[in-house]
Design a protein around this ligand. Structure first.
Ligand code: NAP
Ligand code: HSE
Length: 432
């Protein structure tokens, strides 16, 4: 195919870390392919960093200028597109907002920004007819944003769930398969470039929740405020629970999920038991996966690397190619950029089966008393195992039938009040 003689697309890169470095590498490696697909070259003109003197793992592209002054990027009239790969919220918001004011298209991988303060940017982009693409912000290289916005646009989405945080999945996989402890696995994820600059976002479930907010906007066209989202991460995950879950035939995964129940959304991020026969249970390492159910398409499953330099750069580059081809902006997948607040099912009404581990005294009647605390809240037990004493207490592990979150909370409160528990109980949802 003969490339058209179009002028190069000039980009300004805000951030030259894991993803920014990966993008520069892929641009160099796939330059010819990009030319064949778009008829244009992509040139990196400016790169914004905090410290211009820091040694860099990736060489500066030929002709690119390193700067620590955002205005060098946003106010340069020769720049066509700003690629924001710096992270954070306030600083990138200001830079993207200024870039849009200056008529530049924007590509970002920043889910925290878009989830917590993204609507004003989408509105500004729409007013100005500019592209604001963000495929890399959810599930790394998996094209879930384009899929919801375009391929599945004719469907009513019934439910969506996924493993959306590579760091947490890496930690859980390493603890489960290689016997690593939590801190060692987290350190490895940081070294491999998966973790956020502040890894508490990963392990406390906030990164997955940011991504879920973006997917809910695309799937349902409403705003489910991040601050209203029930979020439970994997901090403090005990190897004991991973092993007990295995005995019941389950893997523990950090699942972000939403489904519609009679016009209201039930959503959240929870450590969840997933039966080993489900594809979702086999998603290992830093991989992510998303399962979407639409009323026409049925169930669809996507799997791929959820983090890391080159996989994430692949998604950024897909967005850049869309800019190079100058498609009509369709940034949120909806005509209006004002999202009504979602009708939210109160989290305590959400129904699920549960895995419960309590640490108790090995005394007669304790099992009966725990079971009756459950029964008084209408919770029916499906399976029970008792394990040998460890650390001065006996683990009692239950699988329950489906019950509302409130019933489980009340039952465990009853057990605490009756002095039955030697340490706080663990209760995880089980994927149906
Ligand atoms: P990173 O390795 O920490 O790199 C951040 C880069 O941005 C660095 O070059 C840093 O400059 C620069 N920077 C940060 N704050 C700045 C500021 N206020 N002013 C100027 N420069 C600033 O981060 P990353 O892992 O590449 O992640 C970048 C973004 O991609 C984040 O939004 C993240 O959530 C998202 N993301 C990451 C991944 C992944 O696998 N890592 C995957 C998907 C999405 P210095 O180098 O001088 O410090
Ligand atoms: N820290 C994120 C993760 C990067 O571990 O999934 C990808 O968004």
């Amino acid at each position: 195919m003969k490339p058209q003689a179009n002028r190069p697309l000039r980009l300004a890169l805000a951030g030259f870390g894991t993803v920014g470095g990966g993008l520069v590498r892929v641009l160099q490696e796939n330059g010819e392919l990009i030319r064949q697909r778009t008829g244009r070259d992509i040139e990196v003109a400016k790169i914004l960093v905090r410290d211009v003197h820091k040694a860099r793992a990736v060489a500066l592209p030929a002709g690119a200028v390193l700067t620590s002054n955002p205005a060098d990027l946003t106010d340069d009239p020769t720049i066509d597109v700003l690629v924001e790969l710096m992270g954070g919220i306030d600083a990138p918001h200001a830079i993207i907002s200024r870039a849009l004011d200056q008529g530049k298209h924007v590509v970002t991988a920043n889910k925290a920004l878009l989830a917590e303060n993204g609507i004003s940017l989408f509105q500004k982009a729409a007013e100005k007819g500019l592209i604001l693409q963000y495929e890399a912000s959810v599930a790394g290289c998996i094209p879930i944003i384009a899929t919801l916005k375009e391929s599945l646009a004719g469907n009513k989405i019934e439910s969506l769930l996924g493993i959306l945080n590579g760091t947490s999945n890496y930690i859980l996989s390493e603890m489960s398969s290689n016997g690593l402890d939590f801190d060692t696995a987290l350190r490895q994820a940081q070294e491999l470039g998966f973790a956020e600059a502040d890894p508490t976002l990963d392990i406390d479930g906030h990164d997955a929740a940011h991504k879920l907010v973006l997917l809910i906007r695309l799937a349902y066209g409403v705003e489910y405020p991040y601050t209203a989202m029930p979020i439970h991460g994997i901090r403090g995950m005990n190897k004991m629970d991973i092993e007990f879950a295995r005995e019941f035939g389950y893997r523990i995964k950090l699942i972000a999920q939403v489904n519609e129940q009679a016009g209201r959304l039930e959503a959240g991020v929870f450590p969840t038991l997933v039966h080993h026969t489900f594809l979702m249970a086999r998603v290992g390492g830093s991989y992510n996966a998303v399962r979407v159910k639409g009323n026409a398409v049925g169930s669809l499953f996507m799997h791929g690397r959820g983090a890391g330099d080159l996989p994430t750069a692949s998604a950024v580059l897909g967005d850049l190619l869309a800019v190079a081809r100058q498609v009509q902006p369709n940034n949120t997948g909806f005509v209006s950029q004002s999202f009504e607040r979602a009708a939210i099912l109160p989290p305590e009404e959400a129904r699920s089966c549960y895995y419960v581990r309590v640490m108790v005294h090995d005394n007669p009647g304790v099992l009966r008393d725990i079971a009756s605390a459950m029964a008084e809240e209408g919770i029916s037990l499906a399976q029970i195992i008792q394990k040998p004493e460890t650390g001065g207490a006996v683990p009692l592990v239950f699988m329950t039938h489906e019950c509302p979150a409130k019933a489980m909370k009340n039952a465990l409160a009853r057990a605490v009040k009756a002095g039955l528990l030697r340490m706080p109980a663990v209760a995880y949802r089980v994927l149906a």
